[in-house]
Design a protein around this ligand. Structure first.
Ligand code: GDP
Length: 426
């Protein structure tokens, strides 16, 4: 395995948490490379369900060090709460490290996120209003200096940084949004309470990752969201503020592209998306509701119902190329158990031309008409299957077609939420 990137092929919620948790069994390090608490991973162990928003899924393996790298944005209040919940369930979190360089989501980021969404009215981009976008905006703006995770241990410095930030932010809050200003002292007190709990996890995480890589240890670089929510590759502006693609795994983790051995592309057997933006294979209401109900397609973080549709082979094929995928982990195959026929999009038709990759220009993408082929359903439950040969022929044919479309082999098949409901394909 050496260094493996786990990346979502679609619009997030592909089941990366489960796949990372399984791979983490043999891993020494799990590194989350981007995103904030707008992502959510669900891991099921026996009867227990864990919903993780910030902390990498490897945390459930106490021998595995879990890192939140420079490219993540960290809300200390949310982190403190997540650590507390895990500790109450017997996971010490002593194996967690957060990069000193990771930017901190502050109360003013959350406020500005909500104010901006409200001001957009009908043109909202569907953010989770958790301050992630504004925190990334400040990161690239650089001045005044935003708060980073390494600043949380020093109360005096933190106070100064908050005062500098609010001198600017309060002008925007009051004059652009007609909202009362934030009080620097109150903001400090709010953040300081959780800063004292989480600042001990700060570390030079590059050193840890590089040391581990040089020692030949097994490392997983875990992405949040998915390929088509990437700031550049996604359906802009309905994207996230960071780089979920495999290339993003080199930004701030400490390793370069040539150090990466494998890229596991996690792809749901159908398609979902939360919030606004183009979804070419969105199913009609009744079929979408069936997928939603069978797949429990409601957001881990927000509870929002996810839009549902058929597998989009064009998205999958493009994602395999964009990420340099070496294999596919096909998840939620069991959600399709009841269907007699399963449509799969194998191309986009636009003005008489058939495309097999996603057009880069979003204005072209809105014009495409998905072209489907229909595969036979298996109409029996897959949840008990543990080996390739235990899958019915129609399910195997579906998986083989997915591999053909992706252009890379399917290495793992997930037939249910729990760890055991996984088939490793030779
Ligand atoms: P992530 O953000 O990519 O990790 O995905 P989420 O955790 O948001 O969503 C995946 C959901 O599907 C979670 O509730 C998982 O427990 C569940 N899940 C993962 N794999 C499977 C599977 O193969 N079958 C079913 N039915 N559910 C799965």
């Amino acid at each position: 395995m050496a260094i493996t990137v786990v990346v979502g092929a679609q619009w997030g919620d592909e089941g990366k948490g489960k796949i990372t948790d399984i791979l983490a069994e043999d891993a020494d390090l799990v590194v989350r490379y981007q995103g904030g608490n707008n992502a959510g991973h669900t891991v099921v162990i026996g009867d227990e369900e864990f919903k993780l928003h910030l902390i990498p899924s490897g945390i459930l393996h106490p021998d595995c060090t879990c890192i939140m790298a420079d490219g993540t944005v960290v809300d200390p209040e949310v982190l403190a709460e997540e650590i507390k919940c895990l500790q109450e369930r017997g996971y010490s979190c002593d194996n967690l490290r957060v990069s000193c360089n990771a930017h901190v989501i502050m109360p003013y980021h959350r406020l500005l996120d909500g104010l901006a969404e409200e001001a957009r009215g009908g043109k909202s981009i569907g953010t989770t209003r958790r301050g992630i976008g504004p925190a990334y905006t400040d990161k690239t703006a650089r001045m005044p200096q935003p708060v980073r995770f390494g600043d949380l241990a020093d109360g005096q410095k933190l106070r100064g940084l908050i005062a500098d930030q609010l001198a600017q932010k309060n002008v925007i809050i009051q004059q652009l949004y007609q909202h009362p200003p934030l009080n620097p002292h109150e903001v400090f007190e709010e953040v300081w309470a959780s800063a004292q709990l989480v600042s001990k996890y700060a570390a030079d995480t590059h050193k840890i990752v590089q040391g581990s890589a040089q020692a030949g240890e097994q490392i997983i670089l875990e992405g949040a969201q998915g390929t088509f929510l990437d700031l550049d590759y996604g359906t802009y502006p309905f994207v996230t503020s960071s780089h979920p693609v495999a290339g993003g795994a080199c930004l701030g983790t400490g390793v370069g592209p040539t150090a990466i051995d494998q890229v596991t592309l996690v792809c749901k057997a159908y398609t979902t998306r939360v919030g606004a933006g183009i979804l070419p294979t969105e199913a009609p209401d009744e079929a979408a509701q069936e997928l939603r109900d069978r797949g429990c397609e409601y957001g881990t973080t927000t509870g929002r119902p996810r839009r549902c549709g058929w597998l989009d082979g064009v998205v999958l094929h493009s994602a395999a190329m964009i990420n340099g995928a070496t294999s596919v982990a096909l998840t939620q195959l069991d959600v399709l158990d009841t269907l007699a026929k399963i449509p799969v999009c194998i191309g986009y038709e636009i003005e008489g031309v058939l495309l097999d990759t996603v057009p880069a220009w979003a204005e072209e993408l809105v014009k495409v008409r998905p072209v489907y082929e229909e595969l036979a359903g298996w109409q029996q439950p897959l949840g008990e299957a543990r080996e390739w040969t235990q899958l019915p022929p129609a399910a195997r044919a579906y998986v083989e077609r997915v591999a053909e479309i992706a252009g890379v082999p399917v290495g793992m098949i997930s037939v249910g939420p729990s760890r055991e409901q996984t088939i490793i394909v030779d």
